[in-house]
Design a protein around this ligand. Structure first.
Ligand SMILES: Nc1ncnc2c1ncn2[C@@H]1O[C@H](COP(=O)(O)OP(=O)(O)OP(=O)(O)O)[C@@H](O)[C@H]1O
Length: 293
């Protein structure tokens, strides 16, 4: 296992004086292995970005542990050499006053100060993400397209010794053809052994890259397993709702969840997630108020 989340909870203090709390993520456990894409899917507000930010060390966990290669995450130079994030809005990841070449120069200073072949390595990284070095290096972020910036970020990640990429809604602001390009690029990286956590709010193309899928609702996992099983035979009403191709304009989540019997607790299952079949876990659709639980 490369990345392991074990019973991770994040509670935010909210309200004018921080007197109230809000559990954004509650008791989440999953892992990402090298060369594997895991897709984290859930509607807006379900806690996906909070999980991404905790993995990247941008916000602390309230309880539980996140470990990388066997040790608890400690944000810092050594960690970011291996773990990087690419976000929805690539413009926010750049300092707008730096040209692209300066971004690469900073990596050199921090991680490879004595590398004589640095310029060549930058060129190789850019070419591998299908960017033309001559066209992008002398530009400011606002002179590049969203797709070019995301690829530039991935190239930047390649110059580090990257093992895990947290990709948060990366394709949502791209047009269809650029989206396919970025996804193909992720598929390439995956064959090189890179693990990817692919965060998305919808059933987007990226899900098909993923070996495994984690479905998040209100900060908790409702279903998880091999992507083919979760998408091919969704068991939880929420997953079915996310996957339903027909927009349900008048149906709310509550309607979709209105099931009479709990198959799992009735059969003696305990705990939040029940193994419905090998490699396919699902939560009781009536939690937290299942009378059989
Ligand atoms: N810094 C914060 N302080 C207080 N509450 C927060 C903070 N960040 C997020 N939240 C709350 O935590 C919950 C989960 O937010 P999060 O951004 O992780 O969801 P998400 O699934 O990524 O949604 P989206 O797809 O809209 O980004 C939301 O209810 C949000 O309002």
């Amino acid at each position: 296992m490369m990345l392991v989340l074990d019973d991770v909870t994040k509670v935010y203090k909210v309200g004018a004086f921080g007197g109230k709390t809000m559990t954004a993520v509650g008791g989440v456990s999953f892992d990402v292995r090298p060369g594997e894409v895991v897709s984290l899917i859930g509607e807006s507000g379900s806690g996906k970005s909070t999980i991404g930010r905790m993995i990247l060390g941008l916000t602390p966990v309230t309880s539980g542990t996140i470990s990388f290669d066997g040790t608890p995450v400690k944000p810092g130079k050594d960690y970011y050499r291996h773990v990087q994030g690419v976000f929805q809005d690539p413009f926010s990841s750049y300092n707008p006053v730096f040209k692209a070449d300066r971004v690469f120069g900073m990596i050199k200073e921090q991680y490879h100060p004595a590398d004589k072949a640095w310029d060549q390595r930058v060129e190789e990284a850019l070419t591998s993400v299908r960017l033309n070095p001559g066209q992008v290096l002398n530009k400011y972020p606002h002179q590049l397209s969203g797709g070019q910036l995301q690829r530039l970020l991935i190239a930047r990640a390649l110059l580090l010794d990257l093992k895990l990429l947290v990709a948060d809604e990366i394709t949502s602001m791209l047009d269809a053809s650029t989206r396919i390009d970025v996804l193909n690029l992720l598929a390439d990286l995956k064959t090189r052994g890179l693990g990817v956590l692919y965060i998305t709010h919808d059933l987007s193309l990226g899900n098909y890259l993923a070996e495994r899928t984690v479905v998040l609702r209100r900060g908790a996992i409702v279903e998880t397993g091999l992507t083919g099983k979760v998408f091919g035979d969704p068991l939880h009403p929420y997953t079915r709702q996310l996957l339903s191709a027909v927009p349900r304009l008048h149906a709310s989540w509550e309607d979709a969840a209105a099931v009479d019997t709990c198959l799992y607790h009735a059969s003696g299952a305990t705990g939040a997630l029940h193994e419905a079949e090998e490699g396919h876990l699902v939560a009781c659709a009536r939690l937290p108020s299942c009378p059989a639980a």
